[in-house]
Design a binder for this molecule. Structure first.
Ligand code: ADP
Ligand code: MG
Length: 694
């Protein structure tokens, strides 16, 4: 009699582990291999869809087989021999009565030699090519059959697999799952009808076992209705999860900060320009959000130079008017400082206490600054993300503004310091997120777009120049500076080594000084002390420096309207977003601006494509869209610290219409509290149910 063991209790204080749906019928080594394919359950097997198919539903006569396409042939073994020269090879000669076929295997098991004994009838799947002796096949798929054995009735799926897991075995597991799982629908009939989508069961069975007469292109291109059903399901699960996270946030509380119109109006009045229509609209939306009793999570998107900082300043003032503190975080020291300069210039005349948590602050000064924040004396604190990561405790944090959306996590941590309520969050991004992406992976956020630049800007002209024509570029700089303009010379990005990058910057600086003895040349790079950087930037702004040699630290936020020429070295090494950001540093005034992208041959295919895109486009959204096509969403998402599930089947660009449909369906299902919500999420996300952190 087996001793029964008591069930293991969950350790005190910890929630019991979520139920695992691991219902695989397999031993540990097979499980390990399946796990490598992301398969942990029978449902995962069902959702492990074929890469392509092989047609073994009809036989081709040997005489007709040399089409260049893989075909299924049937023939009898005449001879089977292992040859040792020029290398060990199994050579099998077959005939179908009319024509002969030679088959060669370079890697084979002894059992295969036995399998292919003379007299055996074989079915072989592969490509028939003209060979040394006649028609031949190399490494075909082989099966011994009885004459007249039935053919497959559907196309044979070929699955993505991993070492040690053969197609045949994997197919067996998947077939078993298809036969044993109840593949019922998670979606309501009416919805499927309205969207003209088939049932879940029919769709997966179709994709695993397509009939021979299927339109192959619709399977390859994943446009077949069965594919669309699965993509829709996947997108719907994503939408449901994101929209639920969105709604849950609305259940939390945050300080209500209605627009008091005192400080905000005062700022608008003090400006030498009027807000653009797009700025006004974004500002009105944010003003409304801040007046709500639940936390705002708004992403403010706007192309380089569209004037996001001003909108952020207005949001900050609204919080401050209501007696709350504001944190503004920027990704780099230089950008934080630019913000500090600009915002203190705008806000200090209104009596607002702005402080800058500079990296270079002495310990004493830093302690004092942190203390002023803690006591609530500082109304607006500006610094890098990193600085806020050290324990800066706010007395009354009402709003966190994050410039460049990349690091959601930091604001999250700050949010935890709020007691009972969460601060509102405004995220700003000059790397526009393509619409399809913001509708899918960012569906838990609200998004505002500033889709207009302030008036009087002239588009930047971009030139691609081979670095062998450097002399012309030098002449160009000399001519421009002689006319009173200023220029940037951006040093190459050297990702592998910061030291090397610094060295290159110093060398470039020396070269430029020697090349332009008549010009005042400045240098700014990431390793400089903050006050040194500030001095150089101030000199450049005041036109005491005409040519500024810079590393990519000037990528974001730097604002000098008189600088109208930019040379970017080794532009082929840079990403599209980076090039667009850099280029955005010129064209800030009314004069015509020029960006010269110097490139070195040979160019990789992607580099060539990137340069083509940046050359042909000035609109950041279009660039981002093409970037997404070029690289996929990974790059954008690397930034998101959430468990947002990646899409396996749907393609953001090609399936944009499905994203819209899924969004609508998700909202309806949630509003109607449909039971399908839970069932659908369980099917698609299961125990991987995630929690969005942004
Ligand atoms: P970004 O959106 O790239 O952060 P900024 O906020 O730095 O852009 O704004 C770019 C420049 O345009 C700044 O010098 C800013 O003062 C100026 N600016 C902002 N709004 C307007 C406007 N409505 N009219 C004219 N200039 C503006
Ligand atoms: Mg900015």
């Amino acid at each position: 009699m087996a001793a029964s063991r008591p069930p293991r209790a969950a350790p005190a204080g910890e929630p019991a582990a979520p139920p695992r749906r691991d219902d695989l019928v397999a031993g540990p080594s097979v499980r390990a291999k399946l796990a490598k394919l992301g398969i942990h359950s029978r449902l995962d097997l069902v959702l492990h869809l074929p890469l392509r198919y092989e047609d073994e539903t009809k036989l081709t006569q040997l005489a007709d087989a040399g089409t260049g396409e893989p075909v299924l042939v049937e023939a009898d073994v005449v001879d089977c021999e292992v040859k040792y020269r020029p290398r060990r090879t199994l050579v099998v000669k077959l005939t179908d009565g009319k024509s002969d076929l030679w088959v060669r295997f370079l890697n084979f098991y002894p059992s295969q030699v036995k399998q292919m004994a003379p007299g055996r009838r074989l079915r072989l799947f592969g490509e028939v090519r003209p060979g040394f002796f006649g028609a031949e096949m190399v490494h075909p798929k082989v099966r011994v059959v009885e004459p007249g054995a039935p053919l497959a009735s559907s196309l044979t799926p070929v699955y993505p697999t991993t070492a040690g897991m053969s197609q045949a075995n994997l197919r067996g597991f998947i077939e078993h799952a298809l036969d044993t799982l109840l593949l019922d629908d998670t979606l309501e009939h009416a919805l499927l009808e309205r969207l003209a989508l088939g049932s879940f069961r029919d769709s997966v069975l179709f994709l695993h076992r397509p009939p021979p007469d299927v339109d192959a292109a619709s399977l390859d291109g994943r446009t077949h209705p069965a594919w669309r059903r699965l993509k829709f399901d996947e997108l719907l699960a994503q939408q449901l999860a994101m929209r639920i996270a969105y709604r849950e946030r609305r259940g939390k509380s945050a300080p209500r900060m209605p627009d008091g119109h005192t400080l905000t109006n005062a700022l608008v009045k003090s400006l030498p320009f009027a807000l653009t229509r797009a700025q006004k609209k974004a500002w009105a939306t944010i003003a409304h959000d801040l007046a709500q009793p639940h936390p705002m999570r708004r992403l403010l998107q706007g192309d380089v130079g569209s004037g996001k900082t001003l909108v952020a300043a207005l949001a900050a003032l609204q919080a401050i008017e209501n007696g709350w503190q504001v944190a503004l975080m920027a990704p780099t020291e230089i950008l934080a400082e630019q913000h500090y300069l600009k915002l203190s210039h705008w806000l200090e005349p209104l009596g607002v206490k702005v402080s800058w948590l500079a990296g270079g602050l002495k310990a004493r000064a830093k302690r004092a600054a942190v203390e002023a924040i803690g006591k609530g004396e500082t109304q607006l604190a500006i610094g890098t993300h990193a600085l806020f990561q050290d324990d800066v405790g706010f007395g009354r944090l009402g709003l966190a503004i994050v410039d460049e959306q990349h690091r959601f996590g930091v604001a999250q941590r700050l949010a935890l310091t709020g007691k009972g309520t969460e601060p509102h969050q405004l995220m700003m991004s000059a790397t526009p997120i393509p619409r399809t992406l913001s509708m899918s992976y960012y569906a838990d956020l609200d998004v505002s777009v500033i889709d207009e630049l302030p008036p009087g800007r002239t588009p930047v002209v971009t030139k691609l120049v081979d670095e062998s024509r450097r002399d012309e570029v030098i002449r160009r700089i000399r001519a421009s500076c002689a006319e009173g303009a200023q220029a940037y010379w951006v040093c190459p990005l050297i990702e592998e080594s910061e030291t090397l990058q610094l060295k290159t910057a110093l060398e470039t600086f020396e070269t430029m000084k020697a090349t332009f003895p008549d010009l005042a040349v400045g240098l700014v790079h990431g390793r400089m002390k903050p006050d040194e950087k500030a001095r150089v930037m101030a000199d450049f702004k005041a036109r005491r420096v005409q040519l500024l040699v810079a590393t990519t630290v000037i990528e974001v936020g730097v604002d000098v309207p008189n600088a109208t020429l930019m040379v970017i070295e080794h532009a082929e090494r840079m990403g599209l977003a980076q090039l667009h950001q850099l280029r955005g540093r010129v064209g800030r005034g009314t004069a015509r601006s020029l960006a010269i992208l110097l490139y070195h041959q040979p160019l990789s295919e992607t580099a060539r494509e990137r340069l083509r895109i940046i050359y042909g486009n000035t609109d950041g959204f279009e660039i981002a869209r093409q970037d997404l096509l070029l690289r996929g969403p990974g790059e954008y998402l690397g930034a998101r610290q959430s468990g947002a599930p990646l899409l396996r089947f749907a393609d953001l660009e090609r399936d944009a219409d499905l994203i819209e449909l899924a969004r609508e369906a998700a909202d309806t299902m949630i509003t109607e509290r449909s039971h399908a919500v839970e069932r659908h999420l369980d099917r698609w996300l299961g125990h991987r149910q995630f929690y969005l952190k942004a």
